[in-house]
Design a protein around this ligand. Structure first.
Ligand code: SF4
Length: 174
């Protein structure tokens, strides 16, 4: 198990990627641990399954690497696309896409919106990009920074909400 220590504390202004925003919305504790070097997701079967779905579903797409974030692909008119291996949308998915829209906009791109793809259920959901979405993305960013720089580890979620989380071992000793 990876241990955490004071020198692992991340910098206040370190760039935030999609995974930071996804973890914030899933569980602030997960974000806090991730930013201190705890990365059990590399061993998680669920994550590995997601990567397989991701790798085999869309063969013609091109990643857009922003440094702090890697966007699955962006189509004409600046529509951000994100692929998920889950069968149902959760708020974290749209929040992640909004974060990508924000990052692109800050680089001078006129963003039109986003789409989350759920290939296992052949479904997509649109993520609008407008003033409200921008405000939500900025709020998520601020919230993530507050969690990351907190001196205390955030509390656990209720046990049923932890189902499938790759941090179960750390949090619950499973
Ligand atoms: S196991 Fe539960 S409390 Fe721990 S990081 Fe995952 S969701 Fe959060």
């Amino acid at each position: 198990m990876t241990t955490t220590s004071a020198h692992d504390t991340p910098e206040d202004n370190a760039p935030l990627g999609g995974v930071h925003i996804k973890y914030l919305h899933h569980c602030p504790r997960q974000l806090w641990l991730y930013c201190r070097g705890y990365r059990p997701e590399q061993r998680s079967d669920l994550v590995a399954f997601g990567e397989v779905v991701d790798d085999t579903t869309f063969t013609r797409r091109r990643d857009v690497d922003l440094g702090e974030a890697k966007i699955d692909w962006v189509t004409a008119g600046a529509i951000v696309h994100e692929t998920k291996s889950s069968r149902a949308p959760v708020p974290a998915h749209a929040a992640q896409v909004r974060h990508y829209c924000l990052l692109l906009e800050r680089r001078g791109v006129t963003v039109r919106g986003g789409t989350v793809h759920y290939p296992l259920v052949r479904r997509t959901t649109d993520v609008p990009w407008n003033a409200d979405a921008r405000a939500a993305a900025e709020a998520s960013e601020a919230e993530a920074r507050a969690v990351i720089t907190a001196s205390e580890i955030p509390g656990r979620l209720k046990r049923p909400a932890c189902r499938g989380c790759s941090y179960l071992d750390y949090c619950w000793g499973d």
